[in-house]
Design a protein around this ligand. Structure first.
Ligand code: MG
Length: 159
């Protein structure tokens, strides 16, 4: 069996009064992401990890932030398009491990819904999608609530 791993990372600035969407869930908070799309760092990191596993470049290459087609777009749609590429190339999704770095708010109440959202789009069983979260203990720009970031790793296998 042939396997590929991929790594993804994303960061967005947080500003007062904008919407905060993470893992396809709209989270009530006084700050949200500055972005061309919905600024969903979890899904952007995941898309980049999947593209990376297939050495297909990055999310910015496939969905440029200069293209109005992607203005305010749900990143679940971007994930769906990335998964189409995976299938076209003859690969199958195995699992993903995602690490969110965010000082506030607590996202634990939303994690299960995020996992289900992602699993529905891939599609795969929910237990193949891991989402973990940590603060940065108040350190640096994430700790000062100036931004939110995420890392993702994935494994793909040859169909
Ligand atoms: Mg992004």
């Amino acid at each position: 069996m042939e396997y590929r791993t991929g790594l993804g990372y994303d960061i967005h600035r947080l500003e007062e009064g904008l919407g905060l969407t993470l893992g396809g869930v709209e989270i009530p908070h006084h700050k949200g992401c500055v972005a061309h799309s919905d600024g969903d760092v979890i899904l952007h990191a995941l898309c980049d990890a999947i593209l990376g596993a297939l050495a297909l470049g990055d999310i910015g290459k496939h969905f440029p932030d200069t293209d109005d087609e992607y203005l305010g777009i749900s990143s679940l749609i971007l994930l769906e398009r990335v998964m189409q590429m995976v299938r076209q190339k003859g690969w199958r999704f195995v699992n993903a491990d995602i690490m969110l770095l965010l000082q506030k708010p607590k996202i634990q109440p939303y994690v299960q819904t995020m996992r289900e959202n992602i699993a529905a789009v891939i599609p795969c069983p929910t237990d193949r999608i891991s989402i973990k979260a940590t603060t940065t203990e108040g350190l640096g720009p994430i700790g000062h609530e100036e931004g939110v970031s995420a890392f993702a790793t994935v494994l793909l296998e040859r169909e």
